[in-house]
Design a protein around this ligand. Sequence first.
Ligand SMILES: C[S@@+](CC[C@H](N)C(=O)[O-])C[C@H]1O[C@@H](n2cnc3c(N)ncnc32)[C@H](O)[C@@H]1O
Length: 160
Amino acid sequence: MSVAPYLATPMPVVRRMLELANVKPGEVVYDLGCGDGRIVITAAKEFGAFGVGIEIRKDLALKAMRAVEEAGLSDRVKIINANFFDVDVSDADVVTLYLTTSANMKVRPKLERELKPGARVVSHEYEVPGWTPILVDKFVENERYRFLTHKIILYRMPQP
Ligand SMILES: C[S@@+](CC[C@H](N)C(=O)[O-])C[C@H]1O[C@@H](n2cnc3c(N)ncnc32)[C@H](O)[C@@H]1O
């Protein structure tokens, strides 16, 4: 079941999310609901990570798979066309989210169950209800148009 509609995270925000999560070479980054794959592709291309993108919509998953191939990243990025509630994410060092507050509420027990201590969760715009962030960033995408402000919220496991 889809828990959020498709809307892409702008590329400057993608980079900022991965910077704030301190993604390091060799780490594993999951994007739950990966859309066109831009977050996991950027994590691999610019941060040296391994990426796993999970996307329920077949058209978007196919688009993401094509983008991975075109970027020559097939050995570093895997796209899975599935419901992310059905996919184990326990090898993640970093999980990225751009869903909704209610979707984050639903995914929270899964993350608490599966993620290892020290894993980071970085969410674009929406909080994970009940968790205490270690950082909340207001990122201005374009200084000339200050209304393009994005909230980026960073968490570290374990959480109560
Ligand atoms: C707001 S978009 C974010 C796309 C991408 N993460 C980004 O930031 O550019 C949310 C995505 O989650 C996908 N999605 C929603 N529920 C899902 C589920 N249960 N399993 C996998 N994907 C899901 C939607 O199809 C959509 O592409």
